[in-house]
Design a protein. Sequence first.
Length: 112
Amino acid sequence: MTVSSATGSVSVPAAIAALPGPFQQHELATVNDTVVRVARLAGEFPWHRHDEDELFLCWDGTFRVELADRAPVILRPGELFVVPRGIRHRPVADEVAHVLLIERPETAQYGN
């Protein structure tokens, strides 16, 4: 279920509970030219890059965003980080964590 500001609200905890498994995204809302997605992180996601920036907002748990040729960024609940376009990266969660992603609708999960 996706909502816009005109159609109502969405429960992030309910959307998280409905996620089918690790790294499966669910689109929550469309905002201007972006979408808000939620995903469960568990383990290592493959290395990839995007042609656009990607925002990670830690909802719960703790995870890190590993970056090519840079120190990893550790995110805890309420913290966010923007991966600049073109940077190879991957999220890694040693234990289950949940993330909100803000990106363009055409952003491919596994990169360009």
